[in-house]
Design a protein around this ligand. Structure first.
Ligand code: ZN
Length: 336
C-alpha cells in the first residue's frame, strides 16, 4: 500500500517537464506502476479494510490523474506561447530584397537610338543574320575581289555562298526590293559578325542604319537628318563635323564626327588628342545599289547612314573594352 501523502505526488507533478511528466505517469499508473500495483493488492485485504483503503487509494489516484492532466495542459500552453513568441511575424520589418534585373546597356542604347529615329518618321526593318554573298556584298557594290571586302573579314558557312552578315546593309537591299519603285524611309538595327577581336572591335556587334529613298533626296537632306539626330542624342550644343570618306555603297560618302564629350575638344586619350569622336558613316546611295534594289537612279535618289551601337554605348557609359558588352559578367552588368 502507498504510504506517501498526496502532496508529495502533486509536488513532483508540478516540478516535472513534459518528458518527466510522462515518466511519472508510467511510474505510478503504468501496467507495472506503483499505484496500479497497490490497487491490485486491495484484493488481498479483508472486506472492511478493502473498502476504506480502496476509497483512499481511488481518491489519491483520481487526484494524481487530474493533476497530471492539468500539468500536461499547462506545459502545452507554455510551449505554444513560447513558439508564438519565437515565430511572431513582425510586420514592421522591411521585406526580403528581390534581385531585380535591368536592361543591358546595349539594349538601352539601341532603344534610345530607335526611339530617336522613330520620332523622326523612320519605320523599322529587319533581315536575316545568315546572308548570301549577293545581299551582303555584291548588291552593295562590293564586286568579287573588291579590296573593301577585306575590311569586313567574314564568317563564311560551309555551304557555299552563305555567310554571317558583316553589316546591317543587306537589310537595305531587301527593303528596297519590297518598296521599289516607291519611296522608303527605314532604320535597321541588328547583330552583325566580323572576324575582329581586340579592345575596340568584337566578332559580334550591333549596328543600326537608316535609309531614305525618294524623288529629289539630296546631301542637304542627309546633313539635316544627321544634325537633328546627333543633337537629339548628344545635346543641342554638340559640335559636328562632316569628313569626306569612302564606302562602296555610297557616293559621295562622309563620316560624322562629334566634338569629344569627355574633354570638350581639349584633347584626351579617348579622342586620341584630336578633340573629335567618330560616330557614323553616311553618304548618298550609290546608283548601282539603287539599281540592285530595283530603283531607277535617274528617277529616285537616297541617302544612308549607319553606326555601331556598341560604340555609342561605350561613349555614353565610358566603357573602355567592347568585349565587356557580350561577356555577360554580372560585375560589369550590375554597374548600369
Ligand atoms: Zn577628348
Amino acid at each position: 500500500m502507498p504510504t506517501r501523502p498526496l502532496s508529495d505526488y502533486l509536488a513532483e507533478i508540478d516540478g516535472a517537464d513534459r518528458t518527466g511528466l510522462e515518466a511519472l505517469r508510467v511510474q505510478w499508473l503504468g501496467r507495472h506502476g506503483s499505484l496500479t500495483a497497490a490497487l491490485r493488492e486491495l484484493g488481498t485485504l479483508g472486506p472492511k479494510e478493502r473498502r476504506t483503503a480502496g476509497q483512499e487509494l481511488n481518491a489519491l489516484k483520481q487526484a494524481v490523474e487530474e493533476r497530471l492532466l492539468a500539468r500536461q495542459r499547462q506545459l502545452q500552453a507554455q510551449a505554444l506561447s513560447s513558439r508564438l513568441d519565437n515565430e511572431r511575424v513582425d510586420l514592421s520589418l522591411p521585406g526580403e530584397p528581390v534581385a531585380l534585373g535591368h536592361p543591358h546597356p546595349l539594349a538601352v542604347t539601341q532603344e534610345r537610338l530607335v526611339s530617336t529615329f522613330v520620332a523622326m518618321g523612320f519605320a523599322m526593318a529587319v533581315g536575316p543574320e545568315v546572308e548570301d554573298d549577293w545581299h551582303n556584298f555584291e548588291a552593295l557594290n562590293f564586286p568579287p575581289d573588291h579590296p573593301a571586302r577585306d575590311m569586313q573579314d567574314s564568317f563564311a558557312l560551309a555551304d557555299g555562298g552563305w555567310l554571317l552578315r558583316t553589316h546591317t546593309s543587306p537589310v537595305q537591299i531587301r527593303a528596297m526590293q519590297q518598296a521599289a519603285p516607291g519611296p522608303l524611309r527605314i532604320i535597321a538595327p541588328g547583330r552583325v559578325y566580323r572576324r575582329d577581336d581586340d579592345a575596340t572591335h568584337a566578332s559580334t556587334f550591333h549596328q543600326i542604319e537608316a535609309l531614305v529613298i525618294d524623288r529629289g533626296v539630296s546631301m542637304a537632306h542627309l546633313k539635316a537628318t544627321l544634325k537633328t539626330f546627333a543633337r537629339a542624342l548628344f545635346g543641342a550644343d554638340v559640335p559636328l563635323r562632316f569628313r569626306p570618306s569612302y564606302f562602296p555603297f555610297t557616293e559621295p560618302s562622309a563620316e560624322l564626327d562629334i566634338g569629344c564629350l569627355f574633354c570638350q575638344q581639349a584633347g584626351c586619350a579617348i579622342c586620341k588628342l584630336s578633340g573629335w569622336l567618330e560616330v557614323l558613316g553616311s553618304g548618298m546611295v550609290h546608283p548601282k545599289v539603287l539599281q540592285a534594289g530595283g530603283y531607277d537612279p535617274e528617277r529616285m535618289t537616297g541617302f544612308a547612314f549607319g553606326l555601331g551601337i556598341e560604340r555609342i554605348a561605350m561613349l555614353y557609359y565610358q566603357i573602355p573594352d567592347i568585349r565587356l558588352m557580350l561577356q555577360g559578367d554580372l560585375r560589369f552588368l550590375s554597374q548600369f
